[in-house]
Design a protein around this ligand. Structure first.
Ligand code: ADP
Length: 481
């Protein structure tokens, strides 16, 4: 008998479920079986995503607290938050990465929950476990689910068991070149060696023949060890001419729905530059959508998730990984479905059951997002500094998510994302035209940025024909000016 049952042994039957009288009383008091909403949420992030989350918390009548470093003390999300909690550190990253400091802030500020955004502690199972210990809600999945999905070997196995298609590969870590080459003989060259704990494309090695294994394996293991503290690697079939397609999912711990796909093949160093959607036929969307929902349900997923796939030239899908958090490009899906994904993520974290059914999700028109990073558009070297002038476009079908403003000092110690410029159009052609108009209207002086590159991409023939693979930037070096 649980503690609550000892104190309140009497049970009522509500909708066929036996609940202690004390809980039944609460349900009666608040009119619905969902727990009370959050009063105050701590945003454990910075930049555009901190502002994005803050706006939604405000829409929902939830107080927004934020923890921040010295570099961000004058930033928009810090100025706009209801409460700001300075956490100044010698290494600026520690302001956002120190688990105990963030937990302490959440406790001191009496926050009901923490929103991690993306990056920093968003996929850190130890952080989530600490919040669970303190009885503070993490807006995202449980620590055990993050641990499972953070291990690519485990995640591959779990999703394969749920019926998702995966590329042929090893189901266990590979430690020797002999084992690797025996496996490669079986699945066929080329293959790719990847870190089990991988992220950000770090350490991946493509192997075309057996004698390359010895050095490629060592390199991948040592990079994995220094980047993730875990040298386990595995081998997978290398998908030639692949496209990157990912599915947006929302789950409440029991059931999952999907919001369709985003196409994100235009990447530099395995990081996305342009994202758009929709990309697939209705039939394919329904087919893969059903699979990803099954995958999320099979691990008891709660919150927003993105299921990433490679799609080969035959149109076959191969599961890559699950990103257990809100993604930079969730905005594309918001424009074509009309649903506020951040709000939905907060609602399921509050304990609500999915407020939408799969049939409620409809797709309309086409959306494109260009990442306006403060980087030079040739080598992608970060370009920190003060924005002397900065004007972002608006108008019909345009959205710009940014924390930047004239006078903003773009720090060099964090990610270089300055703004996300999005457009919506009736169809892809309409959206591309609108993106050109929007890029022309954007003015940023003081730092280098990617607008010249995005302008060239919007004019490029293969892009306009949709003839795009993950090698797009490599194959179009002329775009780098
Ligand atoms: P990470 O978590 O490090 O970002 P992912 O597994 O998500 O790694 O892969 C990132 C990118 O690496 C993919 O978008 C793709 O460009 C490339 N990649 C990964 N696995 C394969 C594969 N099996 N075949 C071809 N390219 C791959």
């Amino acid at each position: 008998m649980s503690e609550i049952e000892t104190v309140f042994p009497l049970k009522w039957n509500i909708d066929g479920v036996s609940v202690p009288v004390c809980t039944a009383f609460l349900i009666d008091c608040f009119g619905c079986p969902s727990p009370m909403g959050f009063k105050r949420v701590l945003i454990a992030n910075r930049g555009e995503i901190a502002l994005r989350i803050l706006r939604t918390l405000r829409d929902m009548g939830i107080e927004a607290a934020i923890i921040h470093g010295r570099e961000d003390r004058l930033s928009l999300p810090v100025q706009m938050a209801d409460i700001a909690y300075p956490n100044y550190r010698a290494n600026p990253l520690d302001s956002y990465l120190d688990i105990e400091a963030v937990v302490q802030a959440a406790k001191e500020l009496e926050c009901d929950a923490v929103h991690p955004g993306y990056g920093f502690l968003a996929e850190n199972a130890a952080f989530v476990a600490r919040l669970e210990e303190e009885g503070i809600t993490f807006i995202g999945p449980a620590s055990g689910v993050i641990t499972l999905l953070g291990d690519k070997i485990e995640a591959r196995a779990a999703m394969e068991a749920a019926g998702l298609p995966t590329a042929k590969g090893s189901s266990e870590p590979i430690a020797s070149a002999d084992v690797a080459s025996a496996l490669a003989d079986e699945i066929g060259y080329p293959v790719i060696i990847k870190a089990a704990a991988g992220g950000g494309g770090i350490g991946m090695q493509i192997v075309g023949k057996a004698d390359e294994f010895e050095s490629a394996l060592k390199l991948c293991q040592s990079r994995a060890k220094s980047a993730f503290g875990d040298e386990r690697v595995f081998v997978e079939k290398y998908i030639q001419g692949a496209q990157h397609v990912e599915f947006q999912v929302l789950a409440d711990g029991k059931n999952a729905i999907h919001f369709g796909e985003r196409f994100c093949s235009i990447q530099r160093r395995h990081q996305k530059l342009v994202e758009e959607g929709p990309w697939l036929t209705d039939e394919k969307r329904a087919e893969i959508g059903e699979l990803v929902c099954k995958g999320a349900e099979s691990v008891g997923y709660k919150g927003l998730a993105t299921f990433e796939f490679l799609r080969d030239a035959n149109g076959d899908f191969y599961f890559l990984e699950v990103n257990p958090r809100v993604q930079v490009e969730h905005t594309v899906t918001e424009l074509i479905t009309g649903h506020n994904l951040v709000e939905l993520g907060v609602r399921v974290a509050q304990g609500e059951a999915l407020p939408l059914k799969q049939e409620d999700i409809k797709w309309r028109g086409h959306a494109i997002q260009c990442r306006l990073n403060a980087e030079d558009p040739r080598e992608f070297v970060p370009s920190p500094g003060r924005l002397w002038e900065c004007h972002f476009p608006s108008g019909f079908g345009i959205r710009c998510d940014t924390h930047a403003h004239p006078g903003y000092e773009m720090p060099g110690c964090f990610d270089s994302l300055l703004a996300k410029l999005l457009v919506w159009g009736r169809d892809r052609e309409d959206a591309v035209r609108r993106m050109k108009t929007a890029l022309d209207e954007t003015m940023i002086t003081g730092v280098e940025h990617l607008i010249p590159l995005h302008r060239r991409i919007m004019d490029e023939e293969d892009f306009n024909n949709g003839d795009i693979t993950i090698q797009y930037i490599d194959m179009h070096q002329e775009l780098l000016g």
